[in-house]
Structures are given as C-alpha cells and as structure tokens.
Design a protein around this ligand. Structure first.
Ligand code: HEM
Ligand SMILES: Cc1cc2nc3c(=O)[nH]c(=O)nc-3n(C[C@H](O)[C@H](O)[C@H](O)COP(=O)(O)O)c2cc1C
Length: 493
C-alpha cells in the first residue's frame, strides 16, 4: 500500500545535541529525533496521537503485514493509522508497557508543519467543494471528491490491479448492452422497491463493503450508515472498516439493518469468534468475501510509493517470499489460501439463522456450487477490479448464468447480486433484467461520503432512484418483477 502522503516524518538529520528525551512527571517526553532512531524492524517505534508506541514485538503478527510497519518505523503515523483502524485497536493489541511516552511539543509542532502543505491543499479543496445540489450524476462525486483526498487515499480508493483491465471492463460492458423498450403501456405508477435478503429496500441497491473510509471522511463508515438510513438501503460494513461494527450499530437509525462482511482468518477459532461477535451485535447477514485468498498486485499504489521513497542507487535486492503481500500470509493474516465450501457451514453454525452471502464469485459454475453448499446468496464480483486482473466483468458472469444455469436465478430461497462499475440507473436496470436481485456500489459511496458525508450518500441513492424510475417508465415496466432478458439486446456483450 502507498505510504501516506499525509504522514508526518521524523528526520534523521535532526540535531542530536538536543539531548536525551526529557521526563515530564511520570510521562516520558520523547523528541522527534529519538522517535526517528527507532526505525528498524528489530527496534520499531511509531507515534499515534502524540503517544509513542514500541511495536517491535508486534511487527511479525501485524495483520496488515510487517512491511507497512517497517516502512513507517520511527515516524508519526496518526493519520494513516486512524484511517485504517477502528477505535480500540491499540488497547486490544498492545500492552501498556509498550507505551513509551508522549511526543514533546517541538516534535508535535514539527510534524504538524511537515504535514502542512497537504493539509492546506485539502482544506482549500474542501472550502471550494460544490454544494451537494450541484451533483447531477454519480461520476460527479468522483470528479469533485478527488481533490479532498490525501494522495495516498486517492490511490487506495481508485486503483485496480495490474493493467486495471477488469476495472475498466466492469463499466465498459454496460455500454455494450442495449434496451428493447416497449411502448403504449400505462407507466404512471412505478415501484422501485424490493427486498434484499428479506430487508425492505427503496431500490434494488446496497452499499458494497469498502475498507478505510476514514482515510478521508472523519466519520468513516458511520457517514454511510446515516446516508443509507436516509436513502432506505442496506449497508454492508467491511471487515476492515475504519469504524468498528459496534460504532456503526450504535449510530444506526431505529430499525435500520446493517450487514457485516468478513474475510476468513486462517485460524478458524478466531474466525468463528468474529462471526459470533457480529451475530451478537445484531448484524443482519454475513457476507464472506471469497476472492481475496491473497491480495492482488496494486501496481499504481506501488509506483506512488516508489516515487515517494525511491530505493537509493546501489541498494541491495530485497528478497521477499513471492509477493510483498505474501508476507501477510501468517496465521494473523485476514487472507486464507485454504478457503473451502465447508466454511459456509462454520459461519451458519456461529450465526444461526442469518443469511450467508458469498461475495466475489466470478464463474457461473461456482454459483451452482455455492447454492449446493448452503449459501443464501452470492455476489458476482471481481472486487471492483482489485483482485484478479482480467477476471470477467460481473455482468458477463450474470449473462453466463442465464445461459447455463437459469435455475439459480429468480428464486425465493437464493439471491444473486452483482457489483462492479455500476454508475447509472440504466446499469442497475440491465443487471435486474438479467435476473440480479440487487446491485452493490463501492467507490461512488466512498466518494460521496468523502465530500459530503451522509448527505452525499443519500444524494447518490436519490440520483440512482430517479434514473431508475425514468428508465423503467421508458422501458415500459412499472415494477422490478416485470423485468427480464427480453428487454435487452445483449448481442455485443
Ligand atoms: C501501531 C499499532 C498498530 C496496531 C495495534 C495495528 C493493528 C492492526 C489490526 C488488529 C489489524 C487487522 C484489522 C482486521 O483484520 O480486522 C490491522 C490491519 C492493518 N494495519 Fe495495522 N496496526 C498498527 C499500526 C499500523 C500502521 C502504523 C499502519 C500503517 C502505516 C498499519 C496498517 C495496516 C493495514 C494496511 C492493515 C490491513 C487493513 C486492510 O486489510 O485493509 N497498521 N492493524
Ligand atoms: C477502496 C475499496 C475498498 C474495498 N474494500 C473491500 C472490503 O473491505 N471488503 C470487500 O469484500 N470488498 C471490498 N471492496 C470491493 C467492493 O466491495 C466492491 O466489490 C467493489 O468496490 C465494486 O466495484 P465499484 O467500486 O466499481 O462499485 C473494496 C473496493 C474498494 C474500491
């Protein structure tokens, strides 16, 4: 992942004559220089919110991988840390004796100044953001939100993997599908409402889980929770959200349902405990993401990192097991290379009665297997083009399902969702015509929340609802159940 442009760096060039750290009462005071000295994998300190932590013995079991901590050793990582980890992470993972002291005032002032340019740029961009009523289509959110994002956050949100071919094709395929509209029908009353896993939804749409919303939006995923409530749709909270499920559940409106997405931890006892916790907190359903047994190669993020910290001429080759991300494949990782169909039953056992959704299915045969294995729904998805490049665009997988296993579609006991590249009401309509029960959107909600908080999310839902209603009327249908493949020309799919 990219190092944070918003990060604050300690410098090795600071004057050592500033002397050893000073004691203030029983709280040791630590200078930027001293912090910067602990910058190696076997002697690693970081500062968060002015407090300095010794994480040397935590590096190897850090679930986000050791490399990222090594890259930021001896630095102030407040911004990046808070954008990635929910409240309570430090307390739950580190011991009190690892708290080494507080940064001194000079260090705090210094880090503030060093970060100043980026923060100034973002402040100015925020001040000149258009009012929410100026947003016309979903793509506007992306265009206008970009300047309010720290560069590292923008890289993280907008990137795909490798050549970004799946990411581009996810949207492009919708442009090759056309409608066969029917006329001379009464379309005065249009109803876009439906049920997603038994939850009433104002339109066949939900918020796909996306990590680290807090890199830009201080409310993190809670902004989405509030916007989703106002817009009347289901939010699926990411396992690696900036806000915990507890925080999101607390922020819910009365009766609002929130689903929880999980990555399978290699240690099944840890995974089972996480499922039980989500169940106890009242998650409406469990969405197991199955397309991330390892992390895809996010080339763009790596280039940004290299631009910021190029390896000095002549440095030795760093040998890593297979890929940088493979380092995270320890028992503390959230990626398991041994995910199997049996894992569905483990979730069902620990969350009795809750629907289990498999997210990240990319071939019609796996939809059939998912149903046989007891899943209640699948999401046809390639993770927004962030995992296997050239994985089929989900609309193509849905088309294949129609051709090869239509018995999996339009069932009362099994739902099929689609996500990736959906940006317009007509995109939603096309997926519904091919039998999807609902569609998910990822990036548009991040960008909407980044710029405009809960109102942005609500506005995104309003835009799609309006576009969907208009398109349904023009297609000659008045409710979702009337839609079918006969309304589409898929000859160029
Ligand atoms: C200093 C104390 C830190 C602690 C206690 C800590 C703890 C954790 C924990 C518990 C997770 C797993 C979250 C989950 O799977 O539910 C995690 C993930 C992660 N952490 Fe940290 N972390 C620390 C510092 C950092 C720093 C300084 C960075 C970056 C500069 C970082 C970057 C990440 C990343 C990228 C992930 C993976 C998130 C994802 O999968 O999207 N962590 N960390
Ligand atoms: C920044 C970002 C973070 C994501 N984080 C997660 C995640 O934590 N869990 C998950 O299952 N999918 C995650 N996804 C994938 C989305 O759930 C969804 O499949 C994808 O974003 C849909 O494509 P779209 O962004 O084009 O709408 C993420 C996607 C993005 C863009």
């Amino acid at each position: 992942m990219a190092g944070g442009a918003a990060l604050l760096y300690a410098t090795e060039h600071e004057d050592p004559s500033a002397g050893p750290s000073r004691l203030r009462g029983d709280q040791r005071s630590i200078s930027a220089f001293e912090l910067g000295q602990h910058n190696r994998h076997d002697n690693l300190w970081v500062a968060i919110d002015g407090e300095v932590w010794d994480v040397t013995d935590f590096v190897q079991r850090h679930p986000g991988g050791s490399q990222i901590l090594i890259d930021h050793a001896g630095k102030d990582v407040t911004k990046l840390f808070k954008g990635i980890h929910p409240a309570g992470t430090l307390e739950q993972n580190l011991r009190e004796e690892q708290r080494m002291g507080r940064l001194d005032e000079d260090a705090i002032a210094k880090f503030r100044t060093m970060n100043g340019d980026e923060e100034d740029r973002i402040r100015k961009a925020r001040d000149s953001l258009l009012g929410i009523d100026s947003i016309i289509v979903l793509d506007d959110f992306e265009k206008y939100a970009r300047p309010v994002c720290p560069a590292s956050a923008w890289d993280y949100y907008s990137t795909g993997v490798e050549g970004e071919n799946s990411m581009k094709e996810n949207s492009a395929i919708y442009d090759r599908v056309f409608f066969r509209p029917r006329v001379m029908r009464d379309v005065s009353d249009v109803d876009t409402s439906t049920k997603v896993l038994g939850v009433s939804s104002s339109i066949p749409l939900y918020v796909s889980p996306t990590a680290r919303n807090g890199l830009v939006q201080p409310m993190g995923e809670v902004a989405v929770t509030k916007g989703a409530a106002a817009g009347g749709i289901l939010q699926v909270l990411s396992h690696v959200a900036s806000k915990s499920l507890e925080e999101v559940m607390k922020a819910r409106s009365k009766g609002q349902q929130v689903a929880w997405q999980m990555y399978m931890k290699p240690d099944r006892e840890v995974a089972a405990a996480e499922v039980r916790k989500a169940y106890e907190l009242g998650a409406q359903s469990i969405w197991l993401t199955v397309d991330t047994v390892v992390l895809g190669k996010r080339t763009r993020e790596r280039y940004t990192q290299v631009e910021k910290q190029p390896a000095p001429h002549g440095t030795k080759l760093t040998r890593v097991p297979c890929s940088r991300e493979a380092q995270a494949l320890t028992r503390h990782s959230r990626h398991d290379t041994n995910l199997t169909w049996e894992d569905i039953q483990m979730i069902k056992k620990n969350a009795p009665g809750l629907p289990v959704v498999l997210k990240g299915v990319g071939a019609w045969e796996d939809v059939v297997l998912a149903q046989q294995a007891g899943a209640d729904a699948v999401v046809l998805s390639n993770h927004g083009g962030r995992q296997l490049d050239y994985a089929n665009p989900p609309l193509k997988t849905l088309y294949d399902l129609n051709e090869n296993a239509p018995q999996c579609l339009r069932r009362p006991d099994f739902q099929v969702f689609v996500d990736g590249g959906i940006r317009r009401g007509t995109d939603v309509l096309k997926a519904l015509c091919l039998g999807a029960n609902a569609v998910g959107l990822g990036r548009p909600f991040i960008y909407a929340a980044a710029g405009w908080g809960p109102d942005g999310v609500e506005k995104a839902i309003m835009i799609l609802r309006e576009e969907l209603e208009i398109s349904m009327r023009l297609l000659g249908v008045t409710n979702i159940d009337q839609l079918g493949p006969e309304y589409l020309n898929c000859s160029r799919i």
